[in-house]
Design a protein around this ligand. Structure first.
Ligand SMILES: [Zn+2]
Ligand SMILES: [Zn+2]
Length: 284
């Protein structure tokens, strides 16, 4: 197949799909590795070690007194914020190493924490940038599954410049859809920057908490399927807020080089149709 240039309908970003260099799905080997004894002993996010983080901003379910065990999801300030405010959402009292290992109850609490802390950021006049980094090469400093809510002065360029009215176009390519459930669609991105880049979004945008929880369920299933196909690869995901909110999942399977950084054009060796087929066939 000859290299093919495609454009992201939301941003106009250009991606060259160049499958010449052999890269076939199914090369996966490893699932999420077990934690080392040292990691388990020193993890500040595990239940019972509430004194090793700054005092909590939020814990669900609510309990009294704060900063004690009994929580399902716990939000604490980031010790090293790069922005005016940055919060860490700890996804489970268990030492879970992948978002894909969270159960439905835990995902519902994560969604509720994202919703509440995003509302708090908006009330303060900030834009909440909610993100997950999984794996060291994706920027995660601690293995215990967590996300962050970064309070930004205004919507960042990645959000302000995208045409969210085109999200529906991303969801409409039937041969790219991986999963669809409860009004939420998980689809391979037609112009993904990296292999398996995906989008999770409601067909019809709505602000209710249940659709965010349903979206996180699909994100967790996508991660499990990605791991089944490629092994435990590092990835980033983030929620882009706005009229048609959506979650973007970017597995870190390629290295950004001179073309990507210098020209702003991404080279992706895996066509999205192939990625979608592999994720559809995988068992999550
Ligand atoms: Zn832990
Ligand atoms: Zn977006």
């Amino acid at each position: 197949m000859a290299p093919e240039l495609r454009e992201d309908p939301l941003t106009g970003r250009q991606v060259v799909f160049a499958p010449a260099r052999a890269r076939r799905p199914g090369a996966g080997v490893a699932r999420v590795e077990a934690a080392t004894p040292d990691e388990l002993e020193t993890c500040p996010f595990c239940a019972g070690r509430e004194d090793r983080t700054p005092p909590e901003t939020l814990a669900l379910p609510h309990r009294d007194p704060p900063d004690t065990p009994g929580w399902g999801v716990r939000v604490v300030p980031n010790l090293y914020p790069a922005f005016e405010r940055q919060e860490v959402v700890v996804h489970s009292p268990r030492h879970v190493r992948s978002f894909g290992e969270l159960d439905s109850g835990e995902l519902a609490l994560v969604a509720e924490a994202w919703r509440l802390r995003s509302a708090a950021a908006r009330d303060a006049g900030s834009y909440p940038h909610v993100l997950v980094n999984e794996g060291r090469q994706a920027g995660a400093s601690l293995a215990h599954s967590h996300s962050q809510v970064v309070w930004m002065r205004e919507p960042p360029p990645a959000v302000a410049l995208e045409r969210q009215e085109r999200v529906a176009d991303l969801l409409a390519c039937d041969d790219l859809v991986v999963l669809a459930r409860g009004g939420i669609v998980a689809t391979a991105h037609v112009a993904g920057r990296t292999p398996y880049e995906s989008v999770v979004a409601p067909r019809v945008p709505s602000r209710d908490g249940t659709s965010l929880a349903a979206a996180l369920e699909l994100l967790a299933e996508l991660v499990r399927r990605l791991y089944a196909v490629e092994g435990a690869v590092p990835w980033n995901a983030w929620l882009h807020d706005g009229p048609h909110w959506h979650i973007e999942l970017v597995p870190r399977l390629t290295v950004l080089a001179g073309v990507e950084l210098g020209a702003g054009v991404y080279v992706n060796p895996l066509p999205p149709e192939t990625a979608a087929a592999a994720l559809r066939d995988a068992t999550g």
